[in-house]
Design a protein around this ligand. Structure first.
Ligand code: GLN
Ligand code: ZN
Length: 752
């Protein structure tokens, strides 16, 4: 028997980020459309041929994208918003939708479920007429055919499309399903004509959010319709990132050929297996979104368990989701102790194929036999490796006597106010100042050894001197050192903590052409030495004003990293919290009176399923509190978060027990602050009055008006005045006048 294999999608940005470079060259007129298309065809071919040569049976097309697969779906469904219709050239229009231009605003972008990938949010309206545009799909299909592949076609499903859309009334867009269904029907009709056997994988990750009965019957209706159009089409409905046991009851009676389930992040999928008897099961057993080697024996056991419900020859082995979320190849990483534990896209493909061979009971070739043996010994050795397990960390955790800081807020804040002696409406910034070319070069040169330790330190100190001098000159109340030593708010700390690893080429797409190289947390996290004290105390030594210490919080460090999978995330986060806790202790011992612990990605870790939210909030809040538990009553703890949707989480935020929180103010300040007022939030808040995402320099008048608006909602004694995020992406020419105006506006208001 031959067990088949499937991959939901492949990375597309290029192993050396070729696509990123080509698109950016095209944007700056250094590459023609034809050349860009050539580069992308080469990348697609490489992906296809690799999968084919490795022995994957169902290989995707239409998983490629010039920007984002949701944006592709918008184009495919003719859901282009009115404001872009004036742009005639389709290719140009596509990028303007993503990025905007001088006259048209870009479409909104947001996080794809609980990943760090961002998609373009469809903007629908009730008079939007959907219509099919299958050009991209057909041409990719044909390209794959030329490579000798009979590709499976990937399409974003109608429910996921609508569930992630918004219209003028908000987010409830399922009402458009009847208008959308005919477009999907025409698509299937068209695809049926391509060959005698056409595999179409409809991606419906939205199902893992759980569904009500109403949605269930809609699902049944839609998939009954789509699965009975043409027998030549083999329809697969795929879900990922969680279980979707509920949806299975509704797909049961349809003619859908196969159902894709994630058994890595959705163990509960087992509960629904009896509902899809008679259909193919695409069993996602190889983790598609983390970078660790698969435990082949464990996956085999999982598959054997599954075959207790679904006949073996109905099982197709797959990754848990698209490989978009992992880098290309671990092989090209430099040698390290942990290199053999990695499995990126290329390696995952091999794992899927090996599993299929083992599961089908096929005689293994010599090479496969060797791969299986190596897998067993790597897994065995990894479990007991002393670079993963650091007894010092558990010893330290045992000695912690309290997980909460001393004193309650209402008393603490008085003590702090007496010591700090700040004026009403204190002014501050969020941490970083503009990162100049010179600074980037200095850090790079230090890494490569081109400058000495002394030269590097002097360079950083010079920048700190300038930041302090500027802040004093314009009269800010609480100063920062400017973060010149940091390339990135997570990487900086990861590089100073044991248990972290940095890949050389582990890029993953974050959005469009933007890629990130997440740190890898492979072992127990430990802080061998202070991480920030030298710079913060240097800055403090240069001024009589108060300098705020600057740290990244445990939840953010966790949410922006690839995290070990042999320990619960909450435990990993606790270890990071311990390190931050010790850093806070050292900072306050060195005389630092205010310490900010950034939790920019606190919200990003929220689980997909409602029923898991309370648990996440509990440990995330507790770990933040643990991180700041070493702070004395008189040490003022700030936190910063990069968003403004606080409606549902104000009480969670209050539970973090920070003294001051600075936040983004994308919506109108009043609306935002009402949420805090209405819930009786009692702590100090700094709603950003300067939008750092724009080069615009607000005038004194504008700042004043904003501050007056804030004062209408919250009393002055609760307010801080600051920009809405760090200034590192701005230019000094913008930041200097903007901050000057901000301080001047506050002064004007203080006297009236
Ligand atoms: N302190 C960080 C900075 O100013 C915060 C960045 C962020 O919130 N993303 O750069
Ligand atoms: Zn921010």
């Amino acid at each position: 028997m031959n067990v088949r294999t499937l991959i939901t999608g492949f990375p597309r940005i290029g192993e050396s980020r070729e696509l990123k470079k080509a698109i950016e060259d095209y944007w700056s007129d250094n590459l023609s459309v034809e050349q860009l298309k050539e580069v992308s065809l080469e990348l697609k071919k490489k992906n296809w041929l690799y999968q084919k040569q490795s022995g994957i049976d169902l290989i995707s097309c239409n998983d490629f994208s010039f920007y984002d697969q949701m944006l592709d779906a918008i184009v495919m469904l003719g859901a282009v918003p009115e404001r872009f219709k004036g742009i005639n050239d389709e290719f140009q229009r596509y990028f303007v939708m993503a990025r905007g231009n001088k006259t048209v605003k870009a479409m909104e972008m947001t996080k794809w479920f609980n990943t760090n990938y961002h998609y373009i949010v469809p903007e629908l309206s009730k008079d939007m007429g959907f219509s099919l545009n299958s050009k991209k799909i057909i041409s990719e299909y044909n390209e794959a055919k030329v490579c000798g592949i009979n590709p499976k076609i990937n399409v974003i499903g109608p429910f996921t499309f609508l569930g992630l859309s918004k219209d003028a009334n908000g987010k409830d867009c399922y009402k458009y399903i009847d208008k959308l269904l005919p477009v999907y029907c025409s698509l299937i009709e068209q695809l049926a004509g391509l060959s005698d056997e056409v595999y179409v994988q409809i991606e419906e990750p939205i199902f893992v959010k759980g569904l009500g009965e109403k949605m269930g019957s809609e699902i049944k209706k839609v998939y009954e319709a789509l699965s009975t159009i043409d027998d030549r089409v083999k329809l697969i409905v795929s879900t990922y990132f969680e279980h979707s046991a509920e949806a299975l009851s509704y797909l049961r009676d349809t003619k859908v050929w196969g159902v894709g389930l994630d058994f890595v992040y959705g163990k509960k999928n087992f509960d629904g297996l009896n509902r899809i008897k008679g259909k193919k099961l695409i069993a996602g057993v190889v983790d598609g979104r983390n970078i660790w080697i698969n435990d082949i024996s464990a996956s085999l056991a999982l598959l054997t368990g599954i075959s207790g419900h679904i006949p073996k020859d109905d099982i197709i082995i797959a990754t848990s989701c698209s490989l978009l979320h992992v880098p290309y190849s671990a092989v090209s990483e430099p040698d390290s102790n942990i290199k053999k534990w990695f499995s990126f896209a290329y390696e995952k493909v091999k794992e899927v194929v090996l599993l299929a061979k083992l599961f089908s009971g096929e005689r293994l070739s010599y090479i496969d036999e060797k791969m299986f043996d190596a897998n067993k010994s790597i897994i065995f050795e990894k479990k007991k490796s002393d670079i993963i397990n650091n007894p010092e960390v558990s010893e330290k955790l045992k000695t912690v006597s309290s997980w909460e800081r001393d004193g309650i807020y209402s008393y603490r804040i008085k003590e702090q106010e007496d010591i700090l002696g700040l004026p009403l409406l204190p002014t501050t910034t969020i941490g970083s100042f503009p990162q100049t070319q010179e600074l980037r070069k200095l850090r790079r040169d230090f890494k490569t050894g081109a400058v000495t330790d002394v030269e590097y330190k002097n360079g950083i100190k010079k920048y700190i001197d300038e930041c302090i001098a500027f802040q004093e000159e314009i009269g800010l109340d609480v100063l920062v050192h400017g973060e010149p030593e940091r390339n990135d708010m997570v990487e900086y700390f990861g590089e100073r903590l044991q248990g972290f690893h940095f890949t050389q080429n582990g890029w993953v797409q974050s959005y469009g052409t933007r890629c990130v190289k997440p740190p890898v947390i492979f072992g127990d996290v430990n802080r061998p030495a202070p991480m920030t004290v030298e710079w913060i105390t240097y800055a403090q030594s240069k001024t009589k004003r108060i300098v705020k210490g600057m740290l990244t919080g445990p939840v953010t460090i966790l949410n922006w990293s690839f995290v070990r999978d042999d320990m619960p995330r909450s435990e990993v986060s606790k270890q990071i919290a311990l390190a931050i806790r010790d850093e806070i202790n050292d900072l306050q011992a060195a005389g630092i009176k205010i310490i900010q612990v950034d939790e920019a990605a606190f919200k990003e870790g929220y689980p997909i399923r409602e029923e898991n939210v309370a648990e996440y909030e509990r440990w995330a809040v507790n770990n933040f509190k643990f991180a700041v538990s070493s702070a004395m009553k008189k040490t003022q703890i700030h936190t910063h978060m990069c968003y403004s949707e606080f409606n549902e989480i104000v009480s969670t935020i209050e539970g973090m027990d920070a003294d001051v929180i600075t936040i983004e103010t994308a919506r109108s300040a009043n609306e935002l602050l009402n949420v805090f007022r209405d819930t009786g939030y009692s702590r100090q808040i700094g709603p950003g009055v300067y939008d750092i995402h724009s080069p615009r320099i607000p005038s004194v008048e504008e700042f004043s008006q904003q501050i007056i608006a804030l004062l209408k909602v919250l009393p002055a004694k609760q307010l801080w005045i600051n920009p809405d995020c760090g200034l590192k992406t701005r230019k000094w020419q913008e930041v200097r006048p903007a901050l000057k105006n901000m301080v001047e506006a506050v002064r004007g208001i203080r006297v009236t």
